[in-house]
Design a protein around this ligand. Sequence first.
Ligand SMILES: Cc1cc2nc3c(=O)[nH]c(=O)nc-3n(C[C@H](O)[C@H](O)[C@H](O)COP(=O)(O)OP(=O)(O)OC[C@H]3O[C@@H](n4cnc5c(N)ncnc54)[C@H](O)[C@@H]3O)c2cc1C
Length: 610
Amino acid sequence: MRCAPSVTPHDFELDALREKYRHERDKRLRREGTAQYVHVTTDMPDFWEADPYSPPVVRDPVAADIDVAIIGGGFAGLLAGAYLKKAGVKDVRIIEMGGDFGGAWYWNRYPGIQCDNESYCYIPMLEELGYMPSRRFVDGVEIYGHCRNMGEHFGLYDGALFGTMIRSMIWEEATRRWTIKTNQDDELRARFVIMATGPWSKPKLPGIPGLASFRGHMFHSARWDYGYTGGGPGDPVLDKLADKRVAVIGTGATAIQIVPILGQYAKHLTVFQRTPSAVDHRRNDPTDPEWAASLKPGWQRERQENFYVFSGEPFPSKAAEEDQTCDFFTEVGRNVSGRVAAAGRELSIEELVAIREEEDYATMERIRRRTDEIVKNPETAEALKPYYRYMCKRPCSSNDYLPAFNRPNVTLVDVSASKGVERVTEKGLVANGKDYEVDCIIFASGFEISAQDQKVASGIEAIDGRGGLSLYDHWSEGYRTLHGMSSHGFPGLFFTGFTQGGLSTSVTAMYEQQGEHIAYIIAETMKRGAATVEATQEAQDQWVSTIRELAPPDTFLQECTPGYYNNEGGGHGGIRAAVGEPYAPGFYKFGDLIAQWRDRNDLSGMTLIP
Ligand SMILES: Cc1cc2nc3c(=O)[nH]c(=O)nc-3n(C[C@H](O)[C@H](O)[C@H](O)COP(=O)(O)OP(=O)(O)OC[C@H]3O[C@@H](n4cnc5c(N)ncnc54)[C@H](O)[C@@H]3O)c2cc1C
């Protein structure tokens, strides 16, 4: 069945809603910006470094000269490793603080965990590994399994160091290598290093006064304590919570998945909400074998591109194309595309902007009215309605989240007016002047993703390039890169993630693009007999200018409700700190640009170091 534009309400006052959005944003803005959160430090190991899933690694320190070190074994590291192997680079070591590959999917094992955007796009290399996800949105266990398969398939377990945390990386001019030191007293000397430490890797906590005084149990959703709750990964029977009063702090993508299950098992669940997520119906059908058998080679890349067109492009360029994903993620794009096609003429940019805004408001209005239909208590329903534009927060879908608030044992506490929970006491929490006694606090408060806090996020104390230049200092005023992946003064060092490159709505596509490009550069450098390679100052300056000249105004993010997408409304690192400085013409345009660069095969803008 063809995916038609959705039916959305248009009987609203745009100006009044604009005003309401502004009011709701201002209510939540905090002057401290990202400083409102607490950095998890080494004296809080349970929140980050201690691994609840694998025994501590006991081994002798490794001292070795290697070609490539990849720091982080999530999808970014795995994809870089896969492309290196495909390019013929053999000596690759992944170093990972967790006990296995998987990254986010190793650490996050909370009950109900699934991917947010559909698996057919999100899980990378499906065709290459001959794997078809079991349903549209698969469970975390299945994604973790795929990560392990990637590790096996590409031989990445060979030489991998798990349970190992990188502490410092220092460039040594004499040997043309990076000296990498770890918490296991390893000393690796690598010609090339790929940073794949992940922007959603380190849990963060809300800076609520009194946190340490709580006498009950606390944990972050990314370090789920099944010993306390009962159940296990893929077995969400939280039977030990039957006599427990549980509090959840945070209502983002994680909370949407855990709240229904906690509501089912806890004696009482109190959900503290600053900003509601937009939650739509989740169409999570099992994979149709007939459909799977009908797919032609190249289908995944085509589907990923199609997903990007409808979820990432402001004015979908392929108006005539069908939206293959056909869900909330792509709805605004699909509806804009339908309007553009129906106009039957070239529209001016002003007309396009107006259509985009109206369709965005209409979709969000549909979501708000849906909330009214599901949630019985009108006050709770009102508090659960998202008043901001689509994509100000991650779009969510769940068939169980909103109904959970109809349960007698589930309470929503809206803390938007006081900009958060007031304080934690020995026995629980205080919000809006009222005490809530609880046995357990679960933080679904997200991750350190601000680019400006990379040192905090990766736990790597020093990344020092030529002449002792610290990468953290070098980037303190913003990124300085060539194509977002390398920086002058840091030979052989490569970056993945949100820097100055293509921004994709399904991040694994971005990691694949980066992995392929970095692998090409490394393989080519080795083929040409050089020790390593470095971006030139001129090429880097040119790229930074290109990125900034093309950057659109930040109006959209400025007007968004505070959250990680807009760096909590600005503050240190600016409004875009979380998603870096994307290449404005678009993700696949960036892919074309770097593919053409590779086709020229001259490594232009890079210097080979003998
Ligand atoms: C529950 C959940 C659901 C998600 N769903 C989606 C989705 O549907 N679509 C989407 O696009 N994105 C989603 N994301 C975002 C997700 O994080 C990315 O899709 C992706 O898995 C991140 O991969 P990564 O390799 O960049 O980072 P990670 O997976 O976080 O891997 C980084 C690894 O680096 C390791 N590391 C960090 N510092 C060090 C150090 N100093 N030394 C050694 N190792 C270190 C960490 O232990 C970690 O394992 C989701 C995230 C979460 C948490």
